[in-house]
Structure formats: C-alpha cells, structure tokens
Design a binder for this molecule. Structure first.
Ligand code: DC
Length: 202
C-alpha cells in the first residue's frame, strides 16, 4: 500500500503529473475532480447535489462530457457543500488503500482524504500560465471561447476552492511544493517522480 496525494489549483498540471507518476510506479490513478464534476453535471440536469453525490457510481466517471468548462464551474460549486464532500469520502479512502498503490489528485487529498499519505505533492503555477495552458487544451477540443474568459474561470474557481469553509485548497504541512510555471511537462514529471521516490516508492 502506498498513497501519493497530489493537490493543487485548476490547470496546474496535476492530471498530467498524476498519470505519469502512476504509470512510472505501476500505481492506480484516481482523478478525484471527476467525482465533483459528475455531481456538478447532475445538478445541471436539475438533480439536487447531495442526492447526486449519494447516488454516484464509478461508471459515472467515464463520461467524456465531464471535462468541459461549464461542468468545472458546477463542480466547484457543489464542492463547497459539506454533505456532498462527506458522501464522497469513503470511495476515495477505499481507493487510497488499494493494495497495488494509488495516486490521487484533487484539492484536499493530502489534508483531508489521506492525511497519512506516504507522499504528498502540491502542484501549482501562476493563474496566467494555468489559464494559457487550459485555453490551449480546450481550444484543441473546440471548447474554449477566449483566453480572458478562461482566466476569469480559473480565478473564480481558485477563489471558491481556496476560500470555502469545508476542506479548502491548501498545501499539507508536509507536502512537496512544485511550481510548474517555468517547467515543461518532462521537467515537472521528473521533479514529481524524484520527490515520490525520496518518500520511499519503488
Ligand atoms: O480537478 P478538477 O478541475 O477536475 O476539479 C473540479 C472541481 O472539483 C474543483 O474546482 C473543486 C472540486 N474538487 C474538490 O473540491 N476536491 C477535490 N479533491 C477535487 C476537486
């Protein structure tokens, strides 16, 4: 059992780093943002958030529509609700304890979900850099409007994710901070793998 907790704000590179770390060590990966996105998507259809969170099943996470910007905002809104967060805890902790090792990325993995994770990383970058990267990613899928709009979205989510009462986004005291503003993907991945190796993963 080995849990790698990777937290940080939207579009800092957590997903890319998490997948690469999981592949390197042969661990399973859970993008916990998908849980909140799946709940957010249900609320866009009129389902109450807590009801949607309680009814969530793993298959719901495979929906490709969860990646869009409207769902991201809906996810960030349902994520402030304590009952929604509570409904998603057991699934996440069970995943963290799986025998082959786990990488989990989100906002509160190192602070709330897995406070005893063997390795904790906090991946961040400037809001402008994150918006530029997310814009390119969305534009490639034909989903983005303008860079300004993506930056406003990133800032709105940062504000909501960092300032909520319940499990706000912040680095755990023992997290390794990785600022990806001036790193390319390979460099960021190498820094992350080195940090996880230093915490004892093989
Ligand atoms: O990582 P993401 O962009 O897919 O996350 C979408 C939203 O879900 C994010 O703005 C806040 C919320 N979230 C959370 O509160 N806790 C997590 N562990 C993961 C995501």
């Amino acid at each position: 059992m080995f849990c790698v907790a990777i937290d940080g704000p939207a579009a800092a590179g957590k997903g890319t780093i998490s997948r690469a770390v999981a592949q390197h060590f042969g661990f399973a990966h859970l993008d916990t943002g998908l849980l909140y996105r799946a709940v957010g998507a249900e609320t866009m259809e009129g389902v109450p958030a807590v009801k949607a969170a309680l009814a969530l099943v793993p298959g719901d996470l495979n929906n490709p529509d969860l990646r869009g910007p409207e769902v991201a905002q809906a996810a960030s809104k349902v994520a402030v609700i304590a009952e929604v967060r509570a409904a998603l805890v057991d699934f996440q902790r069970a995943f963290a304890r799986r025998s082959g090792g786990a990488v989990m990325d989100g906002r509160d993995i190192g602070t709330v979900i897995c406070p005893r994770a063997e390795a904790k990383l906090f991946v961040t970058a400037s809001a402008e850099m994150r918006a530029r990267r997310r814009f390119q990613e969305l534009a490639a899928k034909g989903l983005a409007n303008s860079l300004e709009e993506v930056l406003a979205d990133v800032k709105a989510r940062d504000d909501r994710d960092m300032n909520r009462a319940e499990a706000p986004l912040r680095p755990a005291d023992d997290a390794v901070l990785i600022d990806t503003s001036d790193l390319n993907i390979q460099e960021a991945v190498a820094v992350a793998i080195k940090a996880v190796t230093e915490r004892g993963a093989v």
